[in-house]
Design a binder for this molecule. Structure first.
Ligand code: GRF
Length: 189
């Protein structure tokens, strides 16, 4: 059984889709939800699905022995970032080589990097009058949004679309593709 930890700082709609997708899966299980925000809605989702959760501060995330000990207690094999806003420290990247992935709500390398999250991304897409946007699922390294790309899917941006409409189209791609992509990666590791 491959055991996943999901890291999320906010609503957790992607986390929910992933948890639902792997419920009853013969080889893959979500066993832990990690958040840096004790008020994050994703923690309610973890509760609803009887999944353990761990709230960590920015400092705790930097504490290698603390985090690795927790992760070994849960026998974590793979980490999924689903709207997690803190930078993943180097030790975690080295401890989980090619076993941490992130989803970004745009077609990287466009609209990536520090500060490019949530509505900031969709507003920038609108301001630049892009004709399409989409999602990027990528491995995580020590820099924001720069790890190797695993999968992208795109959707059109019509001139009359608001940033909110763009966000809606992107969200639906995320919900469609994130969990099956995780499954595909885990099947080949
Ligand atoms: C998603 O748009 C994802 O691409 C980004 O953060 C957002 C998380 O949304 N990394 P949710 O909390 O899963 O609804």
């Amino acid at each position: 059984m491959k055991r996943i930890a999901i890291f999320a700082s906010g609503t957790g709609s992607n986390a929910k889709k992933i948890i639902e997708y792997f419920e009853g899966h013969p080889d893959i299980q979500v066993v832990l939800v990690v958040s840096n925000n004790k008020k994050a809605k994703v923690l309610d989702i973890a509760k609803e699905f009887h999944i353990s959760s761990l709230i960590i501060s920015r400092l705790e995330l930097k504490n290698e022995s603390y985090i690795l000990e927790k992760f070994s207690l849960f026998s974590i094999d793979f980490i999924v970032l689903a709207g997690f806003l803190l930078l993943i420290p180097k030790y975690l990247v080295s401890h989980f080589p090619n076993r941490i992935i992130n989803i970004h709500p745009a077609l990287l390398p466009k609209f990536g990097g520090k500060g490019m999250y949530g509505m900031n991304v969709h507003k920038a897409v609108k301001e630049q009058a892009e004709k399409e946007t989409g999602i990027t699922i990528h491995f995580v390294n020590e820099k924001y949004d720069e790890g190797a790309i695993i999968f992208q899917a795109s959707c059109p941006v019509l001139p009359e679309y608001s940033p909110e409409q763009i966000a809606k189209s992107v969200r639906s791609l995320e919900h469609q593709y994130f969990a099956p992509t995780i499954e595909r990666i885990l099947k080949r590791t």
